[in-house]
Design a protein. Structure first.
Length: 262
């Protein structure tokens, strides 16, 4: 078992001169890490979105100050609302001069046994995690089709493949994201757009440490191949690969980020 955390990897210009749009990127998790990595990989402009306006404004300021890139914008968006999705993409298109890369990071999860779950809780997780990804993908495909190029990267989960108690709604949503990725990729290939997804296992960030019981975290970490959860930037690195020209012949694929032992 290797619990060593590697040193942070410096950027190599994977997204040089690209423009990027990332949903749910104003927190301390994968979304903001992906935004930071995108700038470190040379993107020329970036738009991040979130449902929380105050946190979004702070994230924009932080991204600018930490990276030195001035072409950073924020736009409030609830991916469960079609009008918000259309407005976000229109805003990003105008500010960047055309979005080259969309990273769909928005998702929602709770923990509850299916037998105790009511329809509203099920529907909310599905609507944000699956339907929200579909709305963003659908509208971005329409825009990218006119240019004949572009890349979409979705955030799925290994729970789309494997079972876990109290996660029926989240697992169903992420399995749907995987199927959406594969099917949309075939359509988008006709006009030069690639669509792939990353499926993280356990990604550790401050909010998770704060909200999850310590005993549960230790149990989940013990199941991982490396005996630890992934750093959020390790997941973001895979997103950068999928967003870059290094994966030019890769579409409709789901890349798992670590996996359980047994």
């Amino acid at each position: 078992m290797n619990i060593h955390i590697p040193e942070y990897v410096s950027g190599h210009g994977l997204l040089k001169d690209k423009s990027v749009l990332i949903t749910a990127a104003a927190g301390v998790g994968i979304g903001f890490s992906a935004a930071t990595r995108a700038v470190e990989e040379g993107c020329r402009a970036i738009v991040i979105s979130d449902i929380h306006e105050g946190r979004l404004n702070e994230a924009v300021d932080k991204l600018k100050s930490e990276t030195g890139l001035e072409s950073v914008w924020g736009n409030v968006c609830n991916v469960a609302v079609e009008e918000d999705v259309q407005a976000l993409i229109a805003f990003a298109e105008e500010q960047t001069g055309g979005v080259d890369v969309l990273i769909n990071n928005a998702g929602l999860g709770t923990s509850k046994l299916l037998i105790d779950m009511e329809d509203p809780e099920w529907n909310k997780v599905i609507d944000v995690t699956l339907n929200g990804t579909m709305r963003m993908t659908r509208q971005m495909m329409r825009v990218m089709k006119t240019r004949g190029q572009g890349v979409i990267v979705n955030n799925a989960s290994v729970l789309g493949w494997r079972a876990q108690k109290e996660q029926a709604h989240y697992a169903a949503a992420k399995a749907g994201v995987m199927a959406l990725t594969r099917c949309a990729a075939l359509e988008a290939a006709d006009f030069g757009v690639r669509i792939n997804a990353v499926a993280p296992s356990l990604a550790v960030h401050p909010m998770l440490k704060k909200s999850a019981p310590e005993a549960l975290l230790k149990e989940l970490e013990s199941r991982e191949a490396y005996g630890r959860g992934a750093e959020v930037w390790e997941v973001a690195n895979i997103m950068m690969f999928l967003a870059s020209d290094y994966s030019s012949y890769l579409t409709g694929e789901i890349i798992s980020c670590s996996s359980q032992r047994a």
